[in-house]
Design a protein around this ligand. Sequence first.
Ligand SMILES: C[S@@+](CC[C@H](N)C(=O)[O-])C[C@H]1O[C@@H](n2cnc3c(N)ncnc32)[C@H](O)[C@@H]1O
Length: 398
Amino acid sequence: MQSTEKLNDPGHSPDESALVYWSENDQACQALWQSMHGWSAPKELLSADDTLSADRAYRLISGGTGLVWRGDFQNGKQLLAALKRRVAKQKSPDADIAYPERFHLVRQSRSQQARLLGLLLIPLAENFQLTHRRAPSVAVACQAAYSSKGLRAVSRAPNVLMPLTELIGVVSAYEWQRQGLPVAALGQHIYPRHGVFAPTRHEYLDLVVQTALPNGAQTALDVGTGTGVIAAILAKRGIPKIIATDTQAAALQCAKDNMAHLGLSAQVEVLEADLFVPGRYDLVVCNPPWLPGRAKTALDAAVYDPDSQMLAGFLGQVRAHLAPNGQAWLILSDLAEHLKLRSRQTLLALIDAGGLKVNARHDIKPRHPKSSKLDDPLADARAQEVTSLWQLTLAEKL
Ligand SMILES: C[S@@+](CC[C@H](N)C(=O)[O-])C[C@H]1O[C@@H](n2cnc3c(N)ncnc32)[C@H](O)[C@@H]1O
């Protein structure tokens, strides 16, 4: 193992290029640092190979040292698994701490654990080539993930250094993109992309299939379409004209590709917009991220809605986009209520302030495996979770 000769500059944002330096066999090495989580480059880097024990590696990363993996690729993955086992032994917040504090502590400790594991680093040569023994080809997966996010500097850099956990995430996201995800509610596959919310939980889609459409609905707007799955279900249910919006470039491309694949491009138009596009629609559907919370990266933004902006924006403005007999469908889990991150009263007050009334609410229990995981410190909240489709109509007057 060789130590770093130059201190690296951690002060940059995720999409900025920052060069990092270390030495290997007395040779100076440099690479472009890349972290989709927005993690800064470790101040100290050591070149590491198969001779490094998991215990020593754990001690080094615990001290903040980044390990540039040069050994056999599969051994690198095994080292990561061994580090995960050590990290998992760290104490998680006590189950007797009240919500929402317990939730914030769990989120903080998971993010620290992920940061720690993210100190096992993988160097890639030009065009995302791995030069390690027994390394798979990752170039196509990396191009798909980085080019759709406009990270051209990374796509063109001669050498890139990134957390191994992130590379594994990019590769598994590409497998989903290639193989697709069977969606029973659609009777077909949906093809997600890296950083785009994937419909792995199906129950909320069952609600979209089962809820009666407004009589004679001709137009619909799917706000925050992600992969486009809800727009596709509405199209299959026979709504002739649908617009699907999103703010993220990767989601917009993903939804367009899915519509083309499903033969629905003529029926579903995918547009970049902050929530709405002008017009009035018979049906406006929104499945916002279910938990209020900070979202530092695109990966977080699928789950966390900062300051409930999307939820409040949707409920505050949807009235102006509804046809006279139109309906707004809000899809939301009540997990945030069990975690004491948002109250039912707050939600009802937003609905009321938006000039809307609740016509009906359709509930379903999640079937996600996490809802029954006993070692999950949030298991008690998850066990109570119900996902709802709120069928909202115009209130008589504001
Ligand atoms: C939880 S995901 C839901 C995706 C999809 N509708 C589904 O149900 O699988 C929320 C989506 O809203 C998008 N989004 C967040 N803020 C938005 C905004 N202001 N306007 C439009 N889309 C937004 C995100 O990019 C993300 O794709």
